[in-house]
Design a protein around this ligand. Structure first.
Ligand code: AMP
Length: 390
């Protein structure tokens, strides 16, 4: 696969697929992290005097009413402030006006095109990778750079569709993601996996793929209780993924030495932050109690397993981290990893949100930006957005 440095960008019309799917409230951007993250690739192209054409999706567009909610115009304004230059904005995703704007662009100009998913109103053209749409967008430029890691697991017109027609490469963001994640392909050992979060169902593919390579898999969060149930333990009202008890039994019997489960938990009677909790050994849970965080003995057990690790990947919080009472040991384990400089990749989604809130995101080896994309990578699946760049 080519890198952005291999492409001839000088003075060219360069289409960059960004991930500007930013959170918005009443038309205002509430977090511009994703826009900031795109600047490196955009600035690189501007230094080469390219005419930069930016595409991105924002939210989902299923009906007319979704259009106004998912208008990308505020992103153009924010981008203009960050780049300290004018950013042109095309209200349309195709047509003579858009083409005329592109024809009038000079080297060093930047244009943001309206939300690619506006095309979904017309038979889901963007999301179904409509051939005509991909080739039309490709016709607007000369080179294509994909820097939207969050949609790399999807075959859409604005990534795979365009890449099929132009010299293409990943941008710096995707390059960094792949460099870090590919260290898990043939990992150094000991390789330790930490899994938490709600449901076993969401992590089956990850477990099946990583159990072959990992030396240890530490399981916390809600999903630990289905494993504990599979061992015949009383889990009270704790989260249970009934349909996957047999899957857990199978994993436990095939890899008895690899799977490490909680030995104590923070217990309460109601799913709330308001009640006092107590910490109990795993064999002491009663029928009307539920576990919402791992206990301190489990924390120590996990720390021991991590102490010699050469590389670690972590997906999913170890407790209900949204409640101040039950984020404690997710935070403590993050702290342990940071303090001991353990090479750790946070696998997107909630664990990155937890690390950001606790101030550890910038201190870990790599915090992946993709939720679904990272999970599919960890499942060992081929990612269409990457394949299309090869
Ligand atoms: P996931 O998206 O699968 O990583 O799951 C993240 C969610 O798991 C968060 O919303 C947590 O609140 C939830 N979670 C973590 N631990 C528990 C637990 N012990 N009981 C219920 N939910 C949990």
């Amino acid at each position: 696969m080519k890198t952005i440095r291999d492409l001839d960008i000088n003075n060219k019309k360069v289409i960059i697929r960004c991930d500007f799917n930013v959170p918005m409230k009443e038309g205002k951007i509430t977090d511009d992290t994703r826009i900031v993250a795109a600047l490196e690739t955009i600035n690189y192209c501007l230094e080469k005097n390219a005419k930069v054409i930016l595409l991105s999706h924002l939210g989902r567009v299923k009906e007319e009413a979704d259009l106004a909610k998912n208008d990308l115009a505020p992103v153009a304004d924010r981008l203009s402030q960050l780049l300290k230059k004018d950013v042109l904005f095309s209200e349309k995703t195709r047509g003579p006006e858009l083409e005329a704007t592109i024809d009038s662009m000079q080297g060093g100009d930047v244009l943001l095109v309206q939300n690619t998913r506006y095309e979904d109103l017309d038979g889901k053209k963007e999301s179904s990778n409509d051939e005509e749409l991909g080739s039309y967008w490709a016709s607007l430029g000369e080179v294509f750079i994909n820097d939207a890691f969050g949609t790399i697991h999807r075959a859409h017109a604005s990534n795979c569709g365009i890449a099929a027609h132009l010299p293409s490469a990943p941008g710096f963001l995707i390059e960094r993601e792949l460099k870090a994640l590919s260290e898990l392909d043939n990992p150094e050992h000991p390789f330790v996996v930490i899994l938490g979060g709600a449901k076993v169902a969401d992590k089956i593919g990850v477990i099946e793929n990583l159990v072959k390579k990992a030396d240890k898999i530490l399981i916390g969060g809600g999903m630990a209780f289905t494993f504990l149930k599979a061992q015949g333990k009383e889990i009270g009202k704790s989260l249970l993924d009934e349909e996957n008890i047999d899957f857990c039994k199978k994993v436990l019997s095939e890899h008895p030495d690899k799977i490490i489960l909680p030995i104590d938990v923070a217990i309460t009677n109601e799913y709330t932050n308001d009640e006092e909790y107590r910490v109990k050994n795993i064999d002491e849970i009663t029928s009307n109690e539920m576990g919402l965080d791992i206990g301190n003995k489990t924390l120590e057990l996990f720390e021991n397993a991590l102490s010699t690790a050469k590389i670690v990947v972590w997906n999913g919080p170890l407790g209900v981290y949204e409640f101040t009472k039950y984020k404690k040991n997710t935070d403590e384990l993050l702290k342990y990893i940071v303090d001991n400089n353990i090479k750790t990749i946070l696998g997107g989604g909630d664990i990155v949100a937890a690390a950001t809130a606790a101030g550890y995101k910038e201190k870990v080896y790599h915090a992946s930006t993709g939720g679904g994309a990272t999970l599919e990578y960890l499942e060992g699946k081929t990612l269409p957005g990457i394949e299309s760049l090869k």
